[in-house]
Design a protein around this ligand. Structure first.
Ligand code: AHR
Length: 502
């Protein structure tokens, strides 16, 4: 099979906001406890944070991490996580039917972010709590001193404010599973009033209002329209979430789901434009896709805990999806979609970062290792920064239940500030290789400087603690540049990254 691609230096989509390569850590399962925090682990620092995990997070170059939830945040008292650790209360976490020791709170998480070279993106509780707790939390985190909450932060050991810019106004408030779930009118009003209060404190905050938890939600997209009617003037981003699953083991359908993602983004971009026009507004609102990933492998095994059959365990294994090679392709497709939608998606967070539906896994007292999906996330985060190219891709396609006209090759291109051109390519075809010819215009003389390919004979192959390098990238071969023409072959079911530079 053949594909032709045109890449022109001046045909661009938008600058890619680095924050589309963000991540998420929730007080859920072993994400925090025995994930990032494990005093006594042989790599733990003075704060009890695992050094091996910090190294992997640094390797990923994660721009910011959303915290502390997720569903957890909707019944969370942020004050439980401050002050002497020994005096912090143990609470029942209603979202995941577990116990929360509060050994990690905002101070510990902030120190961890500094150690991991990343920034905080924080969520306030608009489920069981509201405006008052939110404004107090923001004052505690961001005010320099001389007020009740900022003085308390200083008493608790942190002199300087953390100056966190990104604040999520609740989590998935459209979901009936959410503690304190609201309808769009109720939530829209509460989010608007909370946003106004936070803006009164600091106009420069970037505020994120909840959109839909999934495009399958019965309230989508009216939810977005109603919430934005109330909040448009006071917020900067609307949050979307989407998880991808293949329980039927139908690869062609599964890999077509990135079209559903693209349609979802397009529909919400349309709602944003509609509200903007209706309000005669000059202001732009963008999408924060702050939860996305494959999630289905662990659903069955989690049932007993979620149904309360194991009481209220502290940090049990939950949502520990073991990712396979097929998921590498899906994650590559999701990231390609964000690159192509860089004009409207300015923030995105892989959900999550450690142990819970995560690229990084740990064993308590043992190793930290990279799951299969670590690699496409790594390549996009490291090399997908710059300007998204508006590629013209011509390739045979297929139709599925999920979408029509799904190209067998999915290719995204990024022009780096250093003059590089990076292509990310997925071959959705299981039997046929795709010979790709790329016409490159306006980039000068280019040569291949890096070529990484992921293929595997078994779509279900995973990495485990014992076999950590079963699914890993390998150096690609055979890519040639002749004048302004690049030729490269995509093997059946493959992910690859190709970097070119003068
Ligand atoms: O990431 C796991 C959960 O998925 C989050 O807590 C929630 O926001 C979403 O439903």
């Amino acid at each position: 099979m053949k594909a032709s691609v045109t890449a022109h230096k001046d045909f661009t989509i938008s600058r890619i906001d680095d924050r589309v390569y963000g991540a998420f850590l929730e007080h859920l399962g072993r994400a925090i406890y025995t994930g990032i925090y494990e005093p006594g682990h042989k790599t733990a620092d003075a704060n009890g944070m695992r050094g091996d995990v910090i190294e992997l997070v640094k390797e990923l170059d994660v721009p910011m991490v959303r915290y502390p939830g997720g569903n957890f945040v909707s019944a969370y008292n942020w004050e439980d996580g401050i002050g002497p650790q020994a005096e912090r209360p143990t609470r029942l976490d209603l979202a995941w039917h577990t116990s929360e020791s509060n050994k990690v709170g905002i101070h510990e998480f902030a120190d961890w972010c500094e150690a991991a070279d990343t920034k905080m993106m924080l969520a306030v509780n608009l489920g069981s709590r509201g405006l008052d707790a939110a404004r107090n939390f923001v004052e505690y985190v961001n005010h320099p001193g001389g007020s009740y909450w900022s003085d308390l932060r200083q008493k608790n050991g942190r002199q300087e404010p953390w100056n966190v810019k990104l604040w999520c106004l609740g989590n998935e408030m459209d979901g009936p599973w959410q503690v304190g779930h609201k309808d769009a009118e109720e939530y829209g009003k509460l989010a608007a009033e909370t946003a106004k209060a936070l803006r009164a404190f600091d106009k420069s905050l970037e505020l994120i209002v909840c959109g839909s938890s999934h495009s399958n939600m019965p309230t989508f997209p009216q939810w977005e329209a109603t919430v934005l009617e109330h909040t448009y003037d006071y917020i900067d981003h609307i949050s979307l979430h989407m998880y991808f699953a293949n329980p039927e083991k139908h690869t062609a359908d599964f890999l077509a789901l990135s079209h559903k993602l693209d349609d979802y983004i397009g529909a919400v971009a349309g709602v944003i434009d509609f509200i903007k026009a209706k309000r005669r507004s000059k202001k732009d609102v963008y999408i924060s896709f702050d939860e996305w990933n494959v999630w289905y492998h662990s659903r069955q095994q989690d049932r007993a805990i979620l149904d309360g059959k194991q009481g209220w365990p502290h940090a049990p294994a939950l949502l520990e999806d073991a990712y396979n090679f097929e998921d590498v392709l899906m994650v590559g497709l999701i990231l390609n979609t964000f690159i192509r939608r860089a004009d409207v998606v300015k923030i995105a967070c892989i959900a999550q970062l450690v142990n819970v539906i995560a690229p990084i896994m740990t064993e308590p007292g043992g190793d930290a290792w990279r799951q299969t999906i670590y690699y496409p996330y790594y390549f996009a985060s490291r090399f997908g920064r710059g300007t998204a190219l508006d590629l013209k891709v011509t390739v045979p396609s297929y139709d599925t239940e999920t979408a029509k006209g799904v190209g067998y090759a999915d290719i995204a291109g990024v022009a780096g500030d250093d003059g590089s051109v990076t292509l990310f390519a997925v071959n959705r075809h299981g039997e046929e290789a795709i010979e790709v010819e790329v016409a490159l215009t306006g980039f000068g003389a280019l040569r291949v400087i890096d070529h990484q390919v992921m293929t595997h004979a078994d779509l279900e192959a995973t990495n485990t603690a014992k076999a950590q390098d079963n699914v890993v990238p390998k150096a690609g071969s055979g890519a040639t540049v002749n004048g302004a023409t690049l030729k490269v072959t995509l093997p059946p079911y493959s992910y690859q990254m190709l970097r070119l530079k003068a």
